[in-house]
Every structure is written in C-alpha cells, then in structure tokens.
Design a protein around this ligand. Structure first.
Ligand SMILES: Cc1ncc(COP(=O)(O)O)c(C=O)c1O
Length: 400
C-alpha cells in the first residue's frame, strides 16, 4: 500500500470526536445527566496544593529551569519522580504531553504508514483515530474478562506468520480497560511478553487508570522489560491526566534505554518538550516529603470506588434483568452488555434516552470493524453520587 500523503490526510480530517458529551436535549424537562465524558471529578483535585507549588516554584531558582527550553526527554526531577513512583530506572523514563502523545510517539517509533497494528476488540477510539490518521491498517484481537485473549492472539500471529504477514505491534490497555474495565493479571502480562518475543512484535501498553485501583493493585509487566537496556518489547504509556487532571498534559513512556534515546531524538525535531512549567510543578509535588502523591491517589481511589459501587448496585436493581453488568475493579468506567431488545443503540431506545436527557456512549464506537455489540459505556468518575442514582433510574426507565 502506498504511504498516505500527509496533506491529503489533513484535508480529509473531520472534527467529529468518536463520541461527544451529552448536552441538554431541547425538549426534555430533566437536567442532563452525562455518563459520556471520561474525566476526573474536578472537586477531588488539590487546587490549593497546585497553587502553592506554583508559587513556591516561581519564587525559587528552579523557575529558571521551568521557564527555559529544557531537556527533550523531560526534566530530570520529573523523570526521577516518575521512576520512583513506577519502580523503574530514571533512564527508562521519557516524559510526554499526556498519554495521547505517548501513543503517537510509540506508534511512530514502531510502525510505518501501511503497516498493520493489532488492537483489542473493543478498544479506545481516540487511539484508533491516531492509527488511522497515520495510515495504519487495524486488525483486532478479542478481549476476555482477563484482558487480551492470548490464545486468539497466538492463533492470529501463527496464521500471519504462515501467510508471510508481519505484525510489528499490539496496542493494549492492560489495566482497567477503556471501555471494558477488565485487567490483564501479572502472569498473563508475562505470557504476553513471551509471545512478543516468540513472534517478534512490540507492545504499546496504554495504562492511564493504573493508579486508580479499588482493592488490588494491578500486576506489573516483567521488571526485566521495564528496566531493559535495549531490545525491549514494551512501551508502557502513563499519564497524570486521570489523577491530577488532563489540563497538565503531562505523561510518560517507560521503555528500554535505547528507545528512550530514539524518542528523545525524534521529539527534538517534533515539539521539543512538554511544558517545563507543568513538569516542574508536578515534580515539586511528587518530591514533597509527606508522600503527597500517594495520599492524593488514595483519596481519589476511595472516592471512585464509592461511586463505582453505587452505580453498580443501582444498575443491578435497574437493568440487571436485561444487561450483563461487568463490575469495575478500578478506573473510571462501567461497561454493560444488553440483550438485543434493550440495546441503547436501537433507534427507539436512543430516542427514549434522549427524551430522558441521559447520555451514554453506545458500545459500537469501541469496535473498529464490528457492529451490533448491544453494549454501552458509562463513566461514573465525574458525576455526583445523586446523579449516578438518578441517571440509572432514567436509563432503566428509557430502556424498558
Ligand atoms: C485508554 C486511554 N488512553 C489515553 C487517554 C488520553 O490520556 P491523556 O489525556 O493523558 O492524553 C485516555 C483518556 O481518556 C484513555 O482513556
């Protein structure tokens, strides 16, 4: 396949997001309840601490580092803080403009336009948009209750090999999947790396929700991959968007040291580096001696867990007789699979939901090629508890 011409890609772009947040439905009397946006509860964010850290930074000599052009791979203090938090070596950490850029840079490091990328079915639609913009072919691997289906992946790799087809990369969301909320346990992470070694492909592991576990911290990829010098198989994409707010635009990639250097050299030509001010404020907070970040994340975890449990039990009462309700163990999302008669994408049901002014994401947008999932994603993260209950009441009534 010929490489796409970038200017043609630009010309063909539309501004439609894969889905948009619910806005008030014109003729509904009810105020809108928006289960769409995958955003934090802004009331949980420590704005006072942010302000104080910003002031301290600007009053100190470190303001110089924050305001000047700085290291392409990210400022040293933030790389150190991320390495400490994520239990790796500072030389394996590369700072990004959020996970979105982490996905873009990982893809750019591994693939050429025309190559095929493997993704889970379902997957995160904004990543799909990036892959398609770059001119990649997308093929899918099923998802199980424990993350990507390793048997199906192996069969695909095997038949690809027999047909002379090369898969260079898999994009996966291993912890508290968006949208399906499932996680790949530690031993399956190790098995995935073994597959990657056997079939010679790399793994882009996008994990924005990892810190927001409810009862159990998710298992890690093998540590030898996370601290590799070279020839690693793994690019772990992380972000502060879900814990400190997406407006910071600060995230990271953890990968082998040679690849960190390659990313640095690529980034030098692309956008230089993420905001030094944002990086410095976050580094300052993560360096506080009072375990500031661990305490902040604990506090958020408890709040999201409460919201998730409330929504889960309201849904069991409201739609339990016609939907499979997958219990989240962390993250922001509740995934539901309805029976065909109660599919929210059915035009009559969609009309009833709009009239009730309750908004969700119909499941099909998460499937690159398939239709008819009868599924839906509900974000519980940002909604007040009363809205979770009232939203479920309206949802159940509209779908019945
Ligand atoms: C799976 C996944 N990857 C990446 C992102 C984007 O994160 P960021 O705001 O850090 O770019 C999101 C946010 O919704 C996400 O759910």
């Amino acid at each position: 396949m010929p490489a796409p011409i970038i200017s043609d890609l630009f010309a063909s772009l539309d501004d439609k997001a894969p889905f948009s947040s619910g806005s008030d439905t014109a003729d509904s009397k009810e105020p809108s309840i928006d289960f769409v946006a995958g955003i934090p509860d802004y009331s949980l964010l420590p704005r006072k601490d942010f302000g104080q850290a910003a002031q301290e930074l600007m009053d100190s000599d470190d303001s110089f580092e924050a305001l000047r052009y700085s290291a392409y791979e990210g400022i040293p203090s933030l790389r150190r803080a991320v390495a400490r938090w994520r239990h790796t070596d500072v030389s394996n950490v590369f700072i990004t403009n959020g996970a979105t850029q982490g996905i873009f840079l990982s893809m750019s490091a591994l693939l050429n336009p025309g190559d095929t990328i493997l993704v889970e079915n379902p997957t995160f639609p904004f990543a799909l948009k990036t892959f398609r913009l770059f001119g990649l072919q997308v093929e899918t691997v099923p998802l199980t209750g424990e993350g990507v289906d390793l048997d199906a992946l192996e069969s695909k790799l095997q038949s690809g090999r027999q047909a002379g087809k090369r898969y260079k990369a898999l994009y996966t969301i291993p912890d508290f999947h968006n949208p399906a909320s499932v996680s790949l346990p530690g031993e399956r992470k190790r098995a995935l790396i073994e597959l990657a070694e056997r079939y010679d492909f790399a793994i882009i592991a996008d994990s924005p929700y990892r810190d927001l576990w409810f009862d159990h911290q998710p298992g890690e990829f093998p540590q030898e991959q996370r601290t590799a010098e070279h020839d690693g198989r793994l690019l772990e994409v992380g972000t502060f968007s879900k814990t400190l707010g997406p407006g910071w635009r600060v995230g990271w990639i953890i990968t082998d040291r040679v690849r960190v250097k390659q990313l640095t050299s690529f980034r030098r030509r692309l956008d230089a580096h993420p905001s030094g001010v944002a990086q410095s404020i976050i580094a300052h907070l993560l360096d506080r001696p009072d375990d500031w970040f661990a305490r902040q994340v604990d506090y958020e975890r408890a709040a999201y867990r409460r919201k998730s449990e409330l929504l889960y039990s309201a849904l069991q009462d409201g739609v339990g007789d016609f939907a499979r309700i997958i219990k989240p163990e962390g993250g922001y999302f509740q995934w539901l699979v309805f029976d065909e008669r109660h599919d929210p994408a059915n035009p009559d049901r969609a009309k009833a939901l709009a009239a009730a002014n309750v908004h969700l994401v119909p499941g099909d947008v998460f499937y690159p090629h398939d239709h008819g999932s009868h599924a839906a994603r509900l974000a519980f993260s940002h909604l007040p508890e009363a809205d979770l209950v009232e939203g479920t009441r309206r949802l159940a009534e509209a779908l019945r």
